[in-house]
Write a protein that binds this ligand. Structure first.
Ligand SMILES: Cc1cc2nc3c(=O)[nH]c(=O)nc-3n(C[C@H](O)[C@H](O)[C@H](O)COP(=O)(O)O)c2cc1C
Length: 187
């Protein structure tokens, strides 16, 4: 893809323009572009800057076929079937929420692992939007099966899957709550 054709977006436009994309063109995502996405994701904040989120890129036809046919929840099969790229987002265990001496220091326990991965995923999705790519986060899949299939290191845990590619749909934005419904000022 020619990067010079991409129009820079301001951050607020990018946040509002991002949509979950579930239909993709067959066009591949270049490895340089994938590296650019991960380069942006690594700038996401993390617990104590522990940098525990990892990414495994699957873009080979035969791998995507196995994933779609045997390792996805029924509702996500059709997404993986037409996505040119799946990123398996994982997390190195016992880092986020932990102190360097190994003790769990937070009242939220290990929840910060999910938090860090979520922040990183959204950062990646926003970068993808700016680069003209569509993404969708997927939360239902055969976790143990995928870990085995990709040879995930023992000390990592899969958090989510991200489908990524050039969009073949322009979905309408699902309704959001009004600011007044979700923000309260302490009086
Ligand atoms: C943690 C999480 C898990 C999700 N899992 C799925 C999923 O398994 N399949 C899917 O099609 N969309 C999934 N989504 C996408 C949401 O359905 C989508 O973000 C929501 O409907 C709002 O639409 P938008 O992203 O276009 O704003 C997930 C989103 C998040 C944040």
């Amino acid at each position: 893809m020619c990067m010079s054709l991409i129009k820079p977006m301001n951050t607020i436009d990018c946040i509002k323009a991002r949509r979950s994309i579930r239909r993709f063109l067959p066009q591949k995502v270049g490895h340089g572009v994938i590296e650019q996405l991960i380069d942006c994701a690594r700038w996401a904040p993390s617990w104590n800057n522990c940098k525990a989120v990892r990414y495994t890129a699957l873009d080979k036809e035969e791998h995507l076929k196995v994933l779609a046919n045997t390792l996805m929840a029924a509702e996500n099969k059709h997404i993986v079937k037409n996505a040119p790229l799946i990123l398996v987002v994982s997390n190195v265990k016992k880092r986020s929420g932990y102190e360097r001496d190994g003790h769990l220091s937070s009242c939220k326990g290990e929840s910060w692992e999910m938090f860090d991965a979520g922040v990183a995923c959204q950062t990646l999705c926003l970068a993808a939007t700016e680069l003209g790519l569509g993404t969708v986060i997927m939360g239902t899949f055969d976790e143990a099966g995928i870990a085995k299939f990709i040879g995930l290191p023992e000390n990592e845990e899969i958090i989510a899957l991200l489908a990524c590619g050039y969009a073949n749909e322009t979905p309408k934005a699902p309704r959001r709550k009004e600011v007044s419904e979700i923000l309260r000022f302490l009086q």
